[in-house]
Design a protein around this ligand. Structure first.
Ligand SMILES: Cc1cc2nc3c(=O)[nH]c(=O)nc-3n(C[C@H](O)[C@H](O)[C@H](O)COP(=O)(O)OP(=O)(O)OC[C@H]3O[C@@H](n4cnc5c(N)ncnc54)[C@H](O)[C@@H]3O)c2cc1C
Length: 370
């Protein structure tokens, strides 16, 4: 097993680092400019094959990209990760050629933004319990229901939405649909006022008697749950990369801060240096887990265990690093506009979405005990 990136991946990593530092802004509004610049570089469809308008790059390189962007602006990292892993991959893996032609090149070049709508008020961790209905009608389906906490809600141009044809029949009636932004009956709510990741819009998505033609059903009737679950492995590695980028940002900030303090004559005591050593060690462990999971996915092998381990470990580390780094930097880091405060606020959501870290533990244990 190789423990280093290839020459080419190292070159790309430098390119992404430079891009993130020089071109990604850290403002506080929806980061449309960041998405436009990412699109110019081809980063909105980085792992999408060239024949569908993407860059055709390997999955690990895409993960390096998400890590670097998230290091500078975790909301932008979240939007691009969702757009790619669960906004564009559904079409790539399950779309008909006609559906791919219609949407994939536009998603891959960033003309369209993709979103994924699974969660409901009573169907979060237990996604199979969803209640949004799809009633067969002439030429298609009528959808009714309400999704919640949808990343890029109201901003996205294409939503992959999951609904049930007959709830009594359980997961085997869940079906996936591709729904365009301006479809009558698709009503996004106001952005949630979240504790963090505030540049990433998260909204409700009401579906009121919304007509979807058969040509916009993704996969067969009843395949929706399988589609949703199969996308989550890749999605989780993207979230793991987000966690890795955020943990790195907090630790790198703190190292620089403490070095400056030392240069100014302040002694770094042993308690502080031990905490920093522990964080730096865990960061290396997270990096290995995340890159390894990406390698396994790229190989085509099943990667549920690796993806869950990477997601759980890296996002827990992002939260721990933000918390401990605030301690290490002291009172100055308590100010609301301090970078560490932002990492602290932003680190909570990745522990929860694409399967909470408790659910990741269930996935890992299930793989171990099967
Ligand atoms: C910022 C943000 C963005 C999001 N974006 C999207 C999106 O784009 N699309 C989308 O579909 N969803 C999205 N979500 C929703 C997210 O996927 C859900 O929040 C997540 O799946 C957890 O569901 P829940 O919040 O309903 O928690 P619940 O399922 O109600 O769980 C509550 C608590 O119980 C724990 N728990 C639940 N079941 C078990 C169990 N069996 N064993 C042990 N513990 C358990 C959970 O870990 C959690 O701690 C987003 C969420 C956030 C915060």
């Amino acid at each position: 097993m190789a423990f280093t990136l290839t020459e080419e991946q190292l070159k790309k990593q430098q390119e992404f680092q430079h891009f993130a530092d020089a071109e990604i802004d850290k403002g506080d509004h929806f980061p449309q400019e960041n998405l436009n610049i990412a699109a110019k570089h081809g980063y909105m469809g980085y792992p999408i094959p060239a024949e569908w308008g993407g860059q055709g790059q390997d999955f690990l390189s895409y993960i390096l990209l998400i890590e670097e962007i998230s290091r500078v602006c975790s909301s932008t990292g979240a939007i691009i990760a969702v757009h790619t892993s669960v906004g564009s991959f559904p079409l790539l893996y399950f779309g008909t050629d006609e559906q791919k032609k219609r949407y994939l090149p536009a998603l891959a070049c960033g003309k369209m933004l993709g979103a994924f709508a699974l969660t409901e008020a009573d169907a979060g961790s237990d996604a199979a319990a969803l209640s949004t209905t799809a009633t067969p009608v002439d030429g298609g389906y009528r959808l009714n229901g309400c999704k919640i906490f949808i990343t890029s809600g109201g901003q996205a141009d294409l939503y992959t939405v999951f609904a049930t044809l007959d709830k009594a029949k359980g997961v085997n009636s869940i079906t996936a649909f591709l729904i365009e932004k301006d479809t009558p009956g698709l009503i996004p709510g106001k952005p949630e006022k979240k504790m963090g990741l505030n540049r990433s819009n998260t909204t409700e998505l009401m579906l009121e008697d919304l007509f979807v033609p058969v040509s916009n059903r993704l996969g067969e009737e009843g395949e929706g749950f399988k589609i949703a679950m199969s996308l989550l492995d890749g999605g989780r590695i993207g979230i793991a990369a987000q966690g890795l980028g955020m943990a790195r940002a907090a630790i790198e900030y703190t190292v620089n801060y403490l070095k400056a303090e030392a240069r100014a004559g302040k002694k770094v005591d042993q308690g502080v240096s031990f905490s920093l050593a522990d964080l730096a060690t865990r960061l290396e462990a997270a990096r290995l887990l995340v890159y390894r999971a990406a390698e396994v996915k790229e190989s085509g092998a099943r990667c549920s265990k690796e993806a869950s381990m990477a997601k759980m470990y890296a996002t827990d580390l992002a939260m721990e690093a933000a918390t401990k780094c605030i301690d290490l930097c002291g009172l100055t880091a308590m100010r609301d506009d301090h970078p560490l405060t932002r990492y602290f606020r932003d680190a909570k959501a990745p522990q929860i979405y694409e399967g909470s870290n408790q659910i990741q533990r269930i996935v890992i244990a299930r793989q171990l005990l099967k």
